[in-house]
Design a protein around this ligand. Structure first.
Ligand code: COA
Length: 259
């Protein structure tokens, strides 16, 4: 039985980690399944966003499956670390944004999965943290590198060294999540409603904007400005940009065709 569910909601794909009896922790099979799903989704030109969530309300993902981990050899653990790097990479490099909808606890590798995504929305009861040092290890799915890029060095170091668990509201204050869903709403529905401007916008401009802003996380300023310019060039030549200007002049909503 697959540990992931994938469904379509219009131009959005919803990917659900579905191992509720293990708090949606990922074992070897789930990691490679996530890689396979990523290859399928990134090849789909109709997709404008993907949302990653977990089954149930208690956990988004409790990280590595510690029950499986206990029986692994050192070589197997090392090969899992390599697999995280290859099979999770699409979450932050897909041609559309990927948004983590944290329906509950995001701990260890679960938070690292969310950090690999472009954006994060949390249910109000979600808790977030990187407890790996308390397990005599360190975050091994990119957390030590991505967390400082999201919340800054000192806060990241605190979360990693002390294993501090933060609430959804604290995570929002840190910039670790973009949004906390209102009480009583479903975090996936709330996330998709929040994303409406992205889903209604020009697919071409959204992709260009995503490419340009992502470049800022890895490139020095001058190279980043080159990346911005290249991304803008795609928009300059597009029908969508001309349609937006016509619609503005005619005081109507633009109709974007993604070309
Ligand atoms: N790997 C495997 N199973 C896990 C797991 C993990 N990382 N985290 C939780 N589970 C299992 C529990 O063992 C339990 O199963 P069991 O009753 O058969 O033992 C089940 O998921 C539910 O967990 P429980 O703690 O009863 O539920 P909860 O909703 O009260 O708490 C968490 C959920 C995720 C907050 C809590 O389980 C937790 O803190 N887990 C550890 C997370 C962690 O340290 N991850 C770091 C990995 S590097």
């Amino acid at each position: 039985m697959s540990s992931l569910r994938v469904e379509r909601r219009g131009h959005a794909a919803l990917v659900t980690l579905d191992r509720p009896d293990r708090s949606n922790a990922f074992d070897r099979a789930t990691v490679s399944e996530l890689g396979r799903v990523g290859r399928e989704l990134t090849a789909d030109a109709e997709l404008r966003v993907a949302v990653l969530t977990g089954a149930g309300e208690r956990a988004f993902c409790a990280g590595a499956d510690l029950k499986e981990r206990e029986g692994m050899t050192e070589a197997e653990v090392r090969s899992m670390l390599d697999a995280y790097r290859t099979d999770f990479a699409w979450l932050g490099s897909a041609p559309f944004p990927v948004v983590a909808a944290l329906n509950g606890a995001a701990l260890g590798g679960g938070l690292e999965l969310a950090l690999t995504c472009d954006l994060r929305v949390a249910a109000p009861h979600a808790v977030l943290g990187l407890p790996e040092t308390s397990l005599a290890a360190i975050p091994g799915a990119g957390g030590t590198q991505r967390l400082p890029r999201v919340v800054g060095y000192a806060r990241a170091l605190e979360l990693v060294l002390l294993g501090t668990r933060v609430s959804a509201e604290q995570a929002r204050a840190l910039g670790l999540v973009n949004r906390v869903s209102p009480e009583g709403t479903n975090v996936v529905d709330d996330t998709l409603a929040w994303l409406a401007p992205l889903l209604d916008g020009s697919p071409l401009a959204m992709r260009a904007a995503l490419t340009a802003v992502r470049a800022a996380t890895t490139l020095p300023l001058e190279a980043g400005l080159d990346a911005e310019r290249q991304a803008y060039d795609v928009c300059v030549a597009s029908d969508d940009r001309r349609e937006a200007l016509r619609a503005f002049a005619e005081k109507r909503k633009p109709v974007f065709r993604g070309r």
